[in-house]
Structure formats: C-alpha cells, structure tokens
Design a binder for this molecule. Sequence first.
Ligand code: ADP
Ligand code: MG
Length: 336
Amino acid sequence: MGRQLRSYDVQDQIGRGGMAMVYRAVHTELERTVAIKELQPSYRSDDEMVERFKREAKAVAALMHQNIVQIYDFWCNKNGYYLVMEYVDGMDLRQVLDRCGYFPTPVFAAIGLLICDALSYAHSKGIIHRDVKLSNVLISKTGQVKLTDFGIAQLLDSKDLTPSGVMLGTPAYMSPEQIQGEPLGPASDIFSLGVVFYEMLTGKKPFSDPTDTRVILDILKAKPLPPRRHAARIPRSLQRVVLKCLRKKPTRRFPAMEDLRKSLARYCVPRSGDPGAIIRGFLEDLAAGKTPPADLLPKASFMPIFIKLLIALSVMTLGFIPAFFYYLNRLPHSVP
Ligand SMILES: Nc1ncnc2c1ncn2[C@@H]1O[C@H](COP(=O)(O)OP(=O)(O)O)[C@@H](O)[C@H]1O
Ligand SMILES: [Mg+2]
C-alpha cells in the first residue's frame, strides 16, 4: 500500500468492521509485524472526548493475558484514532466457522475455555468487553486463541462520539440489558458469549432473523430454539450450559465467567490435555480439507420429556395389569 503511519509501514488491509479499518503493518525500526486499527474520523470529537478516549484506551492497554490481543501503541490526530496491536497470523472465528460448519464438542470446549479465561481475567480488572462476537475471537495458525477489540464498544459508547442513530455493539450478540441501555456487568459478556457458543455448536444464530429490529425483539422476548433441535450430537448437559448463558435476566445466567468455565472443562477431551493442541489438530485437518462430518444424526426429538415419562408409565401400568390378575389367580381360593 506504501502508506506510512508514524513508524509503521502499512502493508495491506486485513479487515473492515462497522467503524474501523484494520491494516497489517511493519514497524520500520523493530521490523515487528503489527495490526493497526484505524477508527473512522467521524468518531473524532471535542477535547474532552479525546481525553476520555485516551484514559479508557490506557485501561484496556493494561490488560496483559495470553488470550487477549496486546495493545502496543495508541494515538489520535485530525485524521482519526489509531490503535496498534499484536498481529495474529490466522483467521477469526467467523472465518473458521464458515469453513467447518460447526465445531465438534471437544474443539468447541477447548476454544470456549480459552475465551472464558480471557474474559474472566478482564472482569477481574473491572473491564467488560461489550462486543463479544465470532469476528472478535482470533485463532492463530498455531492454535492460539486471542480475544480482541476489548472495550472498544465502551470507548465509543457515548452520544458525543457516535453519530445519532448508530447502535453500538452488534445487535445479534447484544444482551437484553445492553439493548435497553442499562448498566452492564460481567453477565452481559456471558450472554454474548452464549450467542457465540450457540453458533459454534450449531452453525446457526439463536435469534436468527436477519433484520435488525426483529433480532432485537427476539433477544428481548423470544426463547431460543434448543441447540439439539439443530443437531442431536450436542450433549444435553452442554445444551443446558448454552441456554443458561442466554437467559433474559442477568441474575439467572452463570454468576461469573469462572463458573461457566468450570461447566465447559468436562467437555475438553482429553481433560488434562492442552486445549492449544486440540485446536491445532483441528486446524491442520481443516487445512488438509478434512471438515467435520455433515450432521447425519437425526435432530433431537421434539417430544417433551414429561410426555415421554407419561408413555413409559402407561406401558409399565399395562404390563402390571396381567401380572396382577395372574397373582390373584394364584391366591388360594377360599372354599365357602
Ligand atoms: N490483531 C489482529 N490481527 C489479525 N487480524 C485482525 C486483528 N484485529 C482484527 N483483525 C481482522 O480484521 C477483522 C475486522 O476487525 P474489526 O474492525 O474489529 O471488525 P469486526 O467488527 O468484524 O470485529 C477481524 O474480524 C479480523 O479478521
Ligand atoms: Mg473486531
């Protein structure tokens, strides 16, 4: 591209989001490859807002975790805001999912655990992500999982910074409390992660209407279709975990990211194994053209459990009637 941004040689554009462009660039002196996120100039505002933006970028930059994309540098000028970060050579989770269709349970659990680790750490530092979605989870070729765009939604979450009518966050992943503009806690990230988990397991969105207004109504009111209705391979207990993340009331979800992590650990096979190795193996298979088998299993039955119980009970009762008469017949008959 030949563009120079401070000490960085911009090489090519690697992504484009709702409000930003992402470039791959090389530091001219250090020769280190980085990713630079350029927020569009329309989000620039007065001095007070710039101050606030800087203050909050500082908080996000202080996050240091193996599953979080590291921030290296930050500046702003009349052209826009620039965030220089660790470059992850690989794909985002949306791109991987588009290739594989769905994640087999152990691979899902391995990736899920590492996202939980990242969020659990951020929550312990008082930072809520606010924009957890497939394209914000990066997977390196070596099987590392890194969450990115930390707090970006929070940085921009101000009427002064957003043009009117623009909704922050990505509607399909927003928690009910986020849609309603209420204060957000860790439970909001748990909800968005629930949407990500649902998609990873089924290849479908839980609130899937493509038009934004419908999605918003669904998130507020509709019950998501249980994941097993899409694919019966999903363990029933894992389905419960995902649906618990998607509860409307924040207090009815997992109390903390750590609790969600514990519920996932048992699906990571081998349990004591390195999640990175499971992910690496899966990526190697994908690169060799081996995708997980299409779902041949029948979809989970529609019949509610209590109807099944009722049928079982009736069958048992029917079996008892002849047994009862047989028993009566064998009783010694009293002679009058
Ligand atoms: N640090 C990074 N290293 C490599 N690729 C990145 C990095 N950050 C973002 N990308 C790529 O750029 C895409 C767009 O990023 P972003 O502007 O955050 O948009 P989105 O709204 O999709 O999250 C991401 O989905 C990812 O594929
Ligand atoms: Mg992003």
